[in-house]
Design a protein around this ligand. Structure first.
Ligand code: GAF
Length: 396
């Protein structure tokens, strides 16, 4: 039982004077497969041990009040007519979920809720997906709705699109809900089916380096990349009507129609087509236990994201270049949407301290920013934490 879960449960009891159901909802990492999800490609994410916790119970009156422990703010939800609000912004992640559940016919009764998290915000670890999906799951539990997991994923993504304004793919919500301890999810974003691949990094481990920057325009640039990919598809479709998305496009097709893929569109499409291929090869590397080859692909992904897709930034490039200098680092790349957030690195366990110290010192020199690093463990997706466990723990 995490300290965070106990803190949130205690806060709930303090504010609402009753016993809550506790739900944990994890952030995610992504080993490889960036900006491929909204192109019907493959991704390899996993849920992690940094999570958002929801404490929820039926309301004692007709009010539905949510308390954010992150912002120490309360907001009363209009259960009859949930709409997007100007402030507080955090409420929109939840309001979208509530709106969509109701629209799909689920009966939601007044509720009281406290939530708080330890997924660093803006670090590319999908704190927003953890919030959306955790809330969907919590509402399902407290109302005995049995909402299927895949619907919680879809509803979380819908909220992000319609109430938050980011046209994200499905990866983050999927990883948060479907994660499995010590496994990566090899997800086909077209069929929305996955298999779990056990992850055995042998004498290596995963280290995240947090740039601590989130450059502005990140959301609008994300939406622009998505529409550039769609432009590429609509051009190629004229020649190959069977094409639905960049998943169906080969490098030869891109070359044959290069002149028609104007501006940045060719580069964007080339990156995505290459990355979709790379993820499939990388998943074979992982099965064979060939971490060297897997790590090499992470470096290649970073290069593509930086040069062709142009979603990196000088801080991320700096950290990947620094990591590349060490033979004890098998792979490094930016992770998530880009323009800041974390890099993900495969580092030999006995070299972790040296690696972290080295990068922290050099990053501070270059950008005057203290860089946090995180060692992450791969955990199960969204789940309920047994209330009895909390009580028995407290009574020990
Ligand atoms: C963000 C999005 F939310 C994901 O859907 C995905 O596109 C990712 O950026 C890039 O791979 O995390």
């Amino acid at each position: 039982m995490s300290n965070l879960a106990r803190e949130i449960a205690t806060k709930f009891k303090e504010v609402f004077k009753t016993e809550p159901i506790i739900v944990r909802s994890p952030g995610r990492i992504n080993l490889i497969g960036e900006h491929t999800d909204y192109n019907d490609g493959f991704v390899m994410p996993a849920a992690i041990d940094k999570e958002v916790i929801f404490a929820i119970a039926p309301s004692a009156n007709e009010k539905s009040i949510v308390h954010s422990a992150m912002y120490n703010e309360q907001f009363e939800f209009d259960l009859q007519n949930p709409q997007k609000v100007k402030e507080p912004k955090w409420a929109n992640f939840l309001l979208g979920v509530l709106y969509k559940l109701k629209q799909e016919g689920y009966a939601i009764k007044p509720f009281s809720c406290v939530f708080g998290g330890e997924v660093p915000m803006g670090a590319g670890l999908s704190s927003s997906a953890a919030i959306e999906c955790g809330f969907g799951y919590a509402l399902s539990e407290v109302n005995n709705l049995n909402v299927p997991r895949l619907d919680i994923v879809r509803i979380g993504q819908w909220s992000e699109h319609n109430f938050v304004g980011v046209m994200c793919g499905i990866m983050d919500q999927y990883a948060s809900v479907m994660g499995k301890e010590n496994h990566v999810i090899v997800l086909d974003c077209r069929s929305l089916t996955h298999r779990y691949s056990p992850i055995d990094l042998k004498e290596y481990t995963l280290i995240l380096c947090d740039t601590k920057v989130k450059h502005s325009l990140v959301d609008s640039e994300y939406n622009t990349r998505r529409s550039e990919c769609e432009t590429g598809v609509s051009v190629l479709k004229k020649h190959h009507p069977q094409i639905q998305s960049l998943r169906d496009v080969s490098r030869d097709m891109l070359e044959a129609h290069r002149d028609e893929l104007k501006g940045k569109v060719y580069d964007r499409c080339l990156y995505v087509v290459q990355e979709i291929e790379r993820v499939q090869q990388a998943s074979l590397d992982l099965e064979k236990g060939d971490l060297t080859s897997f790590g090499q692909k992470m470096f290649e992904t970073h290069e593509g994201l930086s040069e062709l897709y142009e979603v990196s930034c000088k801080e991320l490039d700096f950290l990947v270049n620094e990591a590349k200098k060490f033979k004890e680092v098998l792979g490094a790349r930016m992770m998530g949407g880009g323009f800041g957030g974390c890099t993900i690195n495969i580092v030999r366990k006995d070299f972790v301290t040296e690696f972290e110290n080295n990068l922290k010192v050099n990053y501070k020199k270059a950008f005057n920013i203290d860089m946090p690093t995180y060692k992450v463990n791969i955990k199960d997706g969204t789940s309920i934490i047994n209330k009895v466990q909390i009580l028995s723990h407290e009574s020990v």
